[in-house]
Ligand binder design. Structure first.
Ligand code: HEM
Length: 557
C-alpha cells in the first residue's frame, strides 16, 4: 500500500517537474521566437552596414574594442553616418552619427528609452533598479527633481575640490620623492580622491579613501568597474531572456561591494534623519536661536533626499529603497566618470610633452599669466572631446517612428532615404566618442589632441547639441548628465592644482588602450588581462611649487 503511494508521489513529482520544464522552455522559446521575428522584419534590415563575423555575437566583440582599433571611423568612411551593425542573433542595430537624428532621439526620451538590458546592467553595478539612472517616464521625472539643488550649488563646493586636489598633490609629491624611477598609478589615486569628493560634497561623509584609512569601499567600487565585462553566451541569453537574470551567479566581491553600498547608504540616511529631527525639535522649542550650523542654508543632496523620504505627501515622497538607489547612483555616476576624465587628461598632457605639442608648457605658462585661465578651459574641453568617459549610449524605440536626418543616405536596395524608419523594440547606439572625433565635424586633425582648436572651433561642431561645449560627452536632452557642472568644476580645480606643481611623463614603450565597462578606463596593452591602471612618472616642479599656496579659482573663467 505504502509503496504504491510512494510510486504515485514520484509520478506526480515527475509530472510536475516535466510540466515546469515544458512551461519554462515554451516561455523562453516564445521570447526567442518573438525576438527573431521582430529582428527579421525590422525596417533596419534595409540599411547598409558591416558584415557580421558571428551569428551569436554579431559585431559586438569588435564594438567593445572600437576605440583601440578605430573601427567606427572606418565604418563611417565606408557606410556613411547612418547604418546598421549586427547585435545578438544577427539583429540589426541602428548606429547613427547624423546630428539631426541624434538630436531627435535624445529629445524624445519617452519614445527612446534605455533598453532593459542596459538598465539591468546599470542596476546590477550598484545603481539599483529604482535609481534616476534606471527609471523612465513619470518615475524618472519625479526623481530627477531631487537632483536640481546639486546643479545650483556647485560654487560652494570649491573648497572641497581644492582641499582634495591639494591633498592628492601632496601624496604624489611624497610618493615620487621616495622613488622617481617607479611609475605611479594615477587612475587609482584619482579614483580615491574623487570618491572622497563625492562623499563630502553629496553627503557630508568622509570616506578617507585618499588617506587610505578606510578604502574598503573604494576598493570594492574599483573592482566593480575594473571587472571589464567580457562578452559571453550567458550575457546574450540574459539580455533576451530576462528570466535567466534571476539565476545570475554573483561573485563574492560584487556581493560584498553591494552589501557595503547598502550599509553605508542606510547609515547616511539614519544619521541625517537624526540631525533633521534634532533641528526641527529644537526649532519648536526655541524659535529665536540660529541653527544654521546644524542645517546649512544650501541643503546638500542627502538632506534633499532624506527630507523627501520623510515627506507626508505621497507625491513628494521617495521610499527608503529609492533614496538608497539615488545615493549609490550619485556615487557611481559621479566619481568614476570624473576620475576617468582626469586620468585621460593627465595622460594626454604627458603624451603631448613627449611627442608633438608644447601644450603642457603653454598650459603652465598661461596659468601663470592669465587670470581667466582660458587655456585650462580649452584643455578640459579637448580632454572631454578626445576621451569621453562614457563612450556610447543605447536606446530602444518604444514605438514605430521615422527619424529625420541631416544627410540623406543610400540603403541596400539603392534607394535614397531622407528619414530612418524604425520599429518598436529596435535598438539604437549613439556613438558619443565617435561623434566627438568625427572627421567630417572636426576636420582632418580630429584625432589629434589639440586644445588650441577651442580658440576657434569649426562651424560644423556647432550642430552638436550637447549639454556642454558642442561635444556629446554629457549627452543632451532630459536624460543628459545631471552632474556636468559639478564634474567641470571638480576637473578644473584638480587640473589647476596638479599641473601647476607636478610634471607628468609616460614610459615611451608603454601602450595604453581602453577597456569599457560603462566608463572608458586605461589598461596597459602588453598586459591586457591585468587590472585597469595608468602608470605615469610624476616629478614635482620646484620653481612653481613655491607658489602653490596661491588660492586662484580656475572656475572663475
Ligand atoms: C566627466 C564626468 C562625467 C561624464 C562624462 C558624465 C556623463 C554622463 C552621461 C553621458 C550620462 C547619460 C548616460 C545615458 O543616458 O546613457 C550621464 C548621466 C548622469 N550623470 Fe553624469 N557624467 C559625469 C559626471 C557626473 C557627476 C560628477 C555626477 C554627479 C555628481 C553625475 C551624475 C549623473 C546622473 C545622476 C545621471 C543620470 C541622468 C538621468 O538619467 O536622468 N555625472 N552622465
Amino acid at each position: 500500500m505504502s509503496s504504491t503511494l510512494v510510486v504515485g508521489d514520484l509520478w506526480t513529482g515527475l509530472l510536475a517537474l516535466g510540466a515546469a520544464i515544458v512551461l519554462t522552455a515554451s516561455y523562453v522559446l516564445a521570447d526567442l521566437l518573438a525576438l527573431l521575428w521582430r529582428q527579421y522584419f525590422s525596417p533596419l534590415q534595409r540599411l547598409r552596414g558591416p558584415p557580421s563575423p558571428s551569428f551569436l555575437f554579431g559585431n559586438l566583440r569588435e564594438m567593445y574594442n572600437q576605440e583601440n582599433t578605430g573601427l567606427l571611423y572606418d565604418w563611417d568612411a565606408t557606410y556613411g553616418s547612418t547604418y546598421a551593425y549586427k547585435g545578438f542573433f544577427g539583429g540589426p542595430r541602428l548606429q547613427t552619427m547624423d546630428l539631426t537624428a541624434v538630436a531627435h532621439i535624445l529629445s524624445h526620451s519617452d519614445a527612446y528609452q534605455k533598453p532593459n538590458f542596459v538598465r539591468d546592467n546599470l542596476a546590477a553595478m550598484g545603481a539599483g533598479s529604482e535609481s534616476v539612472l534606471t527609471t523612465e517616464g513619470e518615475v524618472h521625472r519625479r526623481q530627477v527633481r531631487f537632483f536640481f539643488p546639486l546643479q545650483r550649488n556647485v560654487k560652494r563646493l570649491t573648497p572641497v575640490f581644492r582641499d582634495k586636489a591639494s591633498e592628492l598633490r601632496d601624496v604624489w609629491i611624497g610618493l615620487s620623492s621616495k622613488d622617481q624611477s617607479k611609475p605611479i598609478d594615477v587612475l587609482m589615486w584619482l579614483s580615491r580622491a574623487t570618491l572622497d569628493v563625492i562623499g563630502i560634497a553629496g553627503f557630508g561623509y568622509r570616506f578617507n579613501a585618499l588617506s587610505g584609512q578606510s578604502d574598503e569601499l573604494a576598493n570594492a567600487y574599483h573592482l566593480i568597474f575594473a571587472t571589464a565585462k567580457k562578452l559571453q553566451l550567458r550575457t546574450i541569453l540574459e539580455t533576451w531572456i530576462p528570466l535567466l537574470r534571476k539565476f545570475r551567479v554573483h561573485s563574492e566581491v560584487m556581493d560584498k561591494a553591494h552589501h557595503h553600498l547598502i550599509c553605508i547608504g542606510l547609515q547616511l540616511i539614519n544619521e541625517r534623519k537624526t540631525t533633521i529631527n534634532h533641528v526641527s525639535a529644537r526649532r519648536c522649542w526655541d524659535d529665536e536661536r540660529d541653527y544654521s550650523e546644524l542645517s546649512p542654508p544650501e541643503p546638500d543632496l542627502l538632506s534633499v533626499l532624506v527630507r523627501s523620504n520623510m515627506a507626508s505627501f505621497a507625491s513628494q515622497r521617495l521610499t527608503t529603497p529609492e533614496v538608497l538607489c539615488q545615493i549609490s547612483t550619485f556615487l557611481i555616476a559621479g566619481y568614476e566618470t570624473s576620475s576617468s576624465a582626469l586620468t585621460w587628461c593627465l595622460y594626454a598632457l604627458a603624451i603631448c610633452g613627449r611627442q608633438f605639442a608644447p601644450s603642457l608648457w603653454i598650459l603652465r605658462h598661461w596659468m601663470k599669466i592669465l587670470s581667466k585661465l582660458e587655456y585650462l578651459d580649452w584643455v578640459v574641453r579637448e580632454t572631454l572631446r578626445f576621451h569621453a568617459p562614457v563612450t556610447w549610449t543605447m536606446r530602444v524605440a518604444m514605438e514605430d517612428d521615422e527619424i529625420p536626418v541631416q544627410q540623406p543616405f543610400w540603403d541596400k536596395h539603392g534607394e535614397l532615404n531622407r528619414t530612418i524608419k524604425i520599429a518598436k523594440h529596435d535598438i539604437i547606439t549613439i556613438p558619443i566618442q565617435a561623434i566627438n572625433k568625427s572627421y567630417s565635424i572636426w576636420g582632418q586633425d580630429a584625432h589629434i589632441f589639440r586644445p588650441e582648436r577651442w580658440k576657434n572651433p569649426p562651424e560644423s561642431s556647432k550642430a552638436i547639441q550637447g549639454l556642454y561645449s558642442n561635444i556629446l560627452t554629457f549627452l543632451s536632452g532630459n536624460r543628459g548628465c545631471i552632474g556636468y557642472r559639478f564634474a567641470l568644476a571638480e576637473i578644473k580645480m584638480f587640473l589647476f592644482t596638479l599641473i601647476r606643481d607636478l610634471e607628468f611623463t609616460v614610459e615611451p614603450a608603454v601602450i595604453i588602450e581602453k577597456t569599457f565597462n560603462v566608463v572608458a578606463r586605461p589598461v596597459e596593452k602588453s598586459r591586457y588581462n591585468s587590472v585597469n591602471k595608468m602608470p605615469l612618472f610624476i616629478r614635482p616642479i620646484p620653481s612653481i611649487s613655491a607658489s602653490s599656496s596661491r588660492t586662484n579659482d580656475p572656475n572663475e573663467t
